[in-house]
Every structure is written in C-alpha cells, then in structure tokens.
Design a protein around this ligand. Sequence first.
Ligand SMILES: [Zn+2]
Ligand SMILES: [Zn+2]
Length: 110
Amino acid sequence: MNRSNRIRAEVVELLQPATLLIVWGDGHESLFPHRSLRESCECAACVDEWSREPILDPDALPADLHCTGFERTGRYGLNLTFSDGHGTGIWSLDRLRDSCRCPECEGSRS
Ligand SMILES: [Zn+2]
Ligand SMILES: [Zn+2]
C-alpha cells in the first residue's frame, strides 16, 4: 500500500452531530467523534510533556463539546479548535488514520 496516499487527507469536513470526516488519499473514509479527538489531544495543556501523564479530565469537558474549526498544519497535521476554547492541539494524520475505528480498520488491527 502506498503510505503517502494512506495518510494524505483529500477531504476534511466537520459533520453534524460532532463528527469529523476525513477522506484519505487511498479512498478510505474515517469518522471521528469530536469528543474522542478532544480527549486524545496530546498538547502540552492536556498531557504533561515530561511524564506523559494526562492533565485533561474528560469528565470536565462540556456535554455539548464539539469541534468548531480546523486548519491544516504542514502536509501531515491538523490543528483542531473546540467549543471549550481549546485550540492548541495538533493531530498528525498518521495518528488519525491509525485511530480510525471503522470495522475494516479495527479488523486489520486485531
Ligand atoms: Zn490539548
Ligand atoms: Zn477505517
């Protein structure tokens, strides 16, 4: 499989309710719930840089949390902004593709 196609995002779109759609260079489609993205944020405000201990308390996030915008950073990164005002996290497309939870990806992982 061509690795650069696999982690190239052709389409990035915010869908209702609170879902992020990514269509990859190889035609695969991934859907990510905004909350799970927010909870997996690895920025310095959410995860301790040195100990890698989580700082973010998922229970403290608002129930109606959703993604309000995104920006591509470089070729392989996505910066997401959330309704709780958080906007410093960058998700690498590599990591997003690896965390796709569709039956096909889950199946190939187990
Ligand atoms: Zn963060
Ligand atoms: Zn998938």
